[in-house]
Design a protein around this ligand. Structure first.
Ligand code: SF4
Length: 321
């Protein structure tokens, strides 16, 4: 049995066939899973986000006609909100119908080459390889490569592809990457690529490790501006968290405020530490005042939810029913 057959056989016996996006050939549902899974673990997507999103937006056409606020609300807590904005943009651009050609798919906002290939391979069984982080790691180890060169890795992905069973091959590579050829302590003896794997003696030498630069910490103040029992919020205009609602943030502590506590949140490129202050008057502009009940209808980022929880805990607003 050659390595391509071994990967196929392994998938038939051991693959995660129960995943809902593997029980459909609806390109939209597959596309949604691919986008959600880009920065988030399977468990989180499965337990909290995939089904509610599909219940609210059963088709891509439903996404296309919905306001962005509604899409962001369903994405709330999943983070990396650019994914939701791109999904909305793509739904409008293609009028709710995804193209079937990988080149056209790859031209849509937020759909890279590997995602385009994944959609085509999983929805239409087109013989195309994928190249996500897991597959890159397997290829580097299997071919004993220390390169990060995408061109070389795509060549290897094409070389290893089982063109007769592209669906099973790509799903297998995803499963092997997350279950067997893991970043640390890979389980080489259980791996279907084991026989001809060039990197199995020292798998952790591959791929080349790049030292992560430490991220800076920003310290700011979050203002809980109260007016007649309602909270003042803004809808963010800046790139980070664009479109989401939240509390005003400032760099200088206002004089007429009371200290509530501290919240922090780590983004991909910096850590944010916020001293939360409560005040009844402020020269800072807000976009509206909302009751706690009304706030539950808005899309809030995780850090703003933490502030809201702190307010409830400190007895400054009634807990949400
Ligand atoms: S044999 Fe080991 S190093 Fe090679 S692909 Fe499998 S798990 Fe990864």
């Amino acid at each position: 049995m050659n390595v391509k057959e071994a990967i196929y056989e392994w998938y038939i016996k051991n693959g995660r066939h129960d995943l809902p996006w593997r029980q459909t050939d609806d390109a939209y549902k597959i596309y949604l899973s691919e986008i959600m899974l880009q920065q988030t673990q399977v468990k989180t997507v499965l337990e909290r986000f995939y089904f509610p999103f599909l219940e609210r937006f059963p088709t891509l056409k439903n996404v296309a006609v919905a306001p962005l606020d509604d899409v962001l609300k369903m994405w709330e807590g999943l983070g990396y909100y650019t994914r939701a904005k791109n999904l909305h943009h793509t739904a409008i651009t293609c009028n709710g119908i995804l193209p079937k050609r990988p080149e056209e798919l790859g031209g849509l906002k937020g759909i890279g080459k590997s995602t385009a290939h994944a959609i085509c391979a999983f929805a239409y069984h087109q013989p195309l390889p994928i190249l996500d982080a897991n597959v890159k790691r397997i290829l580097c180890r299997y071919y004993a490569l220390q390169t990060k060169d995408e061109k070389i890795l795509w060549e290897k992905a094409w070389k290893l592809l089982n063109t007769q069973h592209p669906y099973e091959h790509n799903q297998a590579m995803m499963d092997i990457g997350s279950l067997i050829c893991t970043p640390k302590n890979p389980h080489c003896l259980e791996c279907p690529l084991h026989i001809s794997c060039k990197g199995k003696e020292e798998p952790e030498r591959y791929p080349l490790k790049v030292k992560k630069a430490s991220i800076p910490t920003k310290q700011r103040f979050a203002l809980v501006i109260m007016q007649e029992g309602k909270l003042g919020l803004i809808q963010r205009k800046e790139k980070l968290l664009h479109g989401l609602w939240g509390f005003v943030q400032v760099d200088v502590c206002p004089s007429n405020a009371n200290y509530l506590g501290r919240v922090s949140h780590t983004y991909s490129h910096f850590k944010l530490e916020l001293d939360v202050l409560i005040l009844n008057e402020s020269t800072e502009k807000v976009d509206g005042y909302f009751t706690n009940e009304e706030i539950t209808q808005l899309a809030l980022s995780t850090v703003d939810k933490k502030i809201l929880a702190l307010c409830s805990m400190m007895g400054n607003i009634p807990p949400t029913s």
